[in-house]
Design a binder for this molecule. Structure first.
Ligand code: TRP
Length: 342
């Protein structure tokens, strides 16, 4: 019998996303809005997930703080379930090709187009002219390089990054039109909105690392007892009814949404279950459900950070895999734009 040709492996879609190391711990919103979804995605895609330390540099953090946050962010990604056997997990600055491609893309990005990025406009307005650096301006081009260098076809991002994705798509199209088919034009994979996860103390505002008080922010690396306390003192309202009503009951609605996200149950189901019960019951249920998931993640992350060599090994392996792909793309791009081969 003639040999059967081995069937070509079906190429999985290449998915890439990076998380900025801008806090000592990720919070509940990061977990539900990004991390957990990366973990679910990784089984059906060729995933590249990284820590965007070069992006974080534009906020001029203390060196030791940036280094520590980079490790913590990577440890939390792994602890939350990103599996180095399945996905490529890496630190952006370990792959010099990102900045090499950025320069080339800088040269093909219009000043006008970059000036229209709303995140740049917002952040530079907040910082003021004298405190706005060029890194903030070219931030979206570095992000485009992160994506295009792996020829990613799908990019899971939050709604706030949609415009940066549009820029990336434009750059890919422009480059392909001028130099021939080089980059797939990546599709945004706008992360399933678990709805907005709001600050527990200020349910009108999004849960955010820049919250005025830590009391409203539930962190992955926080002691579970402290997180339970935060839920117990969450702001609700002067009523008694447990009902989803964002306008009149933003605090209760936020707790219901979090409980739904962690239990996989629907909000109407939860409303029925808590009919006639007190806010205190809801708060305990939310704290328990959240801690059931987060406590083991925290333990794994802290163990990885304390031990160290395992984390270093995973990141070194990730860098090696990522670098092989990234370097090949840079070589191809340099050649196409006319940079002389060494
Ligand atoms: N800018 C993204 C954010 O703040 C992080 C990021 C950097 C990213 N490079 C990326 C996301 C590439 C997706 C793809 O969320």
């Amino acid at each position: 019998m003639p040999d059967q040709p081995t069937p070509a492996p079906t190429a999985l879609p290449r998915v890439l996303s990076l998380v900025q190391p801008t806090a000592d711990s990720l919070h509940l919103g990061n977990y539900l809005g990004a991390l957990r979804q990366f973990v679910d995605l990784q089984h059906s895609v060729d995933g590249f997930f990284g820590v965007a330390d070069l992006h974080a540099l534009n906020e001029l953090p203390e060196p030791a703080v940036l280094r520590e946050r980079t490790r913590r962010t990577a440890a939390q990604m792994i602890a939350a379930g990103l599996d180095p056997e399945k996905s490529t997990i890496f630190v952006q600055s370990h792959i010099p090709a990102h900045t090499q491609l950025t320069w080339v893309l800088d040269c093909y990005t219009g000043f006008g187009q970059a000036s229209r990025m709303t995140q740049f406009k917002d952040k530079s307005a907040k910082r003021g002219f004298d405190s706005t650096n060029l890194g903030l301006f070219t931030y979206p081009v570095l992000m485009a390089a992160d994506i295009l260098i792996y020829k990613a076809t799908r990019v899971p991002v939050g709604e706030d990054q949609r415009q940066h994705l549009e820029l990336t798509r434009d750059l890919a199209e422009r480059f392909n039109a001028r130099f021939g088919e080089t980059f797939p034009v990546p599709e945004p994979h706008i992360l399933a909105s678990v709805g907005k996860i709001q600050d527990l103390q200020n349910p009108e505002a999004k849960m955010s690392k820049s919250a005025t008080s830590p009391a409203g922010v539930v962190e992955l690396l926080e002691d579970p007892k402290k997180n339970a306390k935060k839920f117990k003192s969450a702001v609700t309202d002067s009523g008694t009814e447990i009902r989803f009503d964002e306008e009149n009951k933003p605090g209760v609605s936020n707790l219901l949404r979090i409980l739904a996200a962690f239990t996989g149950r629907s909000i109407p189901e939860l409303e029925a279950e808590f009919a006639g019960k007190m806010y205190g019951h809801l708060k305990v249920a939310v704290a328990d459900a959240v801690n059931d998931t987060l406590a083991p993640i925290r333990e794994r992350a802290l163990a990885l950070l304390a031990e160290g060599t395992e984390l270093d090994r995973i990141l070194a392996e990730g860098a090696e895999k990522a670098e092989a792909v990234a370097q090949a793309t840079v070589r191809e791009v340099y050649d196409r734009v006319g940079l002389l081969a060494r």
